[in-house]
Design a binder for this molecule. Structure first.
Ligand code: ACO
Length: 330
């Protein structure tokens, strides 16, 4: 049995936050952000109190309506987010309740920007081992409520946006779909990117002092992240291709996690791939973490950039560091 992407959809909240909007909140500029990251705008939940589970419900309903797929035929859900609605339980069960998906199993994935790749990989294995036939794979993120929209936070606040993607991974006996997934992690770099508080390690979880010191906002060593991303993206793409006896020339489209356009360009240059073979939409959405690969894949399909029998590479790297690739024959 093989697994294939039956279809995919995305949802972003209505409110747009442009670079000019950000420059009214902090010492930054449209020019700085565009030059350093490629981002022009991102979407935000603003004051709507919507969590990743809500964005995921909207993306999933779009998907199910598009496919005319009965939700009672969904066997399992894998839900990836790094910004969960609650501390406990995971967003997966919150999403399940909102979708009315009674009693099926739900798994939460917390692998940051690589979340969608990890989620697809787990779902693929459940299908290949013939446990399930139809798995809903979600990547959903609400980043903007936890960003530090102040001068101190400008190094990270300009990067991220909110959004969700929902994908139906289904079983097929045809020779198509996910050919392989390769997953990696290196916990030596946890300090380079992440949000440490609130933390169960500390008696008060988070103190007023910690909040004053902005410990509940994401912290990032941008240069270190850049360096490792530019190494790991190409490495895991090649690993996946070699596993399948494929060459870069065989690949029709690479859909990388939309971390930063400069990272994408550096990876592309390192591998020597032409512009038309690498998908980018970061200018519109910013970095939507676990949702980014799914949103990009949806748009690539909408723009007819993927045809039957094409080889498509999905690849991501992020906090952890976690990274991975998925090689697909469409
Ligand atoms: N606006 C204006 N100036 C800024 C901003 C901002 N938003 N942020 C930082 N600066 C300033 C800094 O304060 C610094 O000023 P100084 O020289 O007076 O000290 C100057 O710009 C340069 O700062 P650097 O951090 O050295 O800037 P750099 O050129 O490295 O760019 C960036 C920062 C874009 C974050 C870069 O390091 C990068 O691309 N890193 C990759 C990280 C990334 O993209 N992460 C995404 C999330 S992780 C993932 O998805 C994989």
């Amino acid at each position: 049995m093989n697994s294939y992407i039956k279809d995919i959809a995305y949802y972003v909240p209505e409110q747009i936050l442009t670079n000019d909007d950000l420059s009214k909140l902090m010492d930054t500029s449209d020019e700085w952000i565009k030059t350093r990251t490629g981002i022009s705008q991102r979407y935000t939940v603003g004051n709507t109190n919507l969590g990743p589970s809500d964005l995921a419900v909207n993306a999933s309903n779009k998907l199910l309506n598009k496919l005319k797929f009965d939700k009672s035929d969904i066997d399992f859900v894998v839900f990836a987010t790094s910004t969960p609605d609650y501390y406990v339980p995971g967003s997966g069960s919150i999403f399940q309740e909102k979708m009315g998906l009674d009693n099926i199993g739900v798994l939460d994935i917390r692998q940051g920007c690589a979340g969608f790749i990890y989620a697809l990989s787990v779902a693929d294995k459940f299908i290949k081992s013939e446990v399930y036939k139809n798995i809903l794979v979600i990547g959903a993120e609400v980043q903007t409520t936890q960003l530090d929209f102040d001068d101190e936070g400008r190094g990270t606040a300009v990067l991220f946006g909110d959004g969700a993607a929902a994908c139906l991974l289904s079983a097929t006996s045809k020779e198509k779909g996910i050919l392989s997934t390769h997953l990696h992690s290196d916990g030596r770099f946890i300090k380079e990117l992440g949000t440490e508080y609130p933390s169960s390690k500390y008696k008060d979880i988070i103190t007023t002092e910690d909040v004053k010191n902005r410990k509940h906002h994401i912290q990032m060593n941008g240069r270190e992240v850049f360096k490792h991303a530019v190494r790991r993206f190409p490495e895991v793409i090649i690993e996946g291709l070699e596993f399948n006896n494929l060459k870069l020339d065989d690949v029709n489209l690479v859909i990388p996690h939309q971390a930063n356009y400069r990272i994408t360009q550096a990876v592309q240059k390192k591998l020597g791939i032409s512009d038309d073979k690498v998908f980018s939409n970061i200018h519109k959405y910013g970095n939507t973490t676990a949702a980014s690969v799914g949103i990009a894949l949806t748009e690539a399909l909408e723009q007819n950039k993927i045809n039957k029998n094409d080889y498509v590479v999905l690849v991501a790297f992020g906090a952890g560091f976690y990274w991975g690739s998925v090689i697909i024959k469409w």
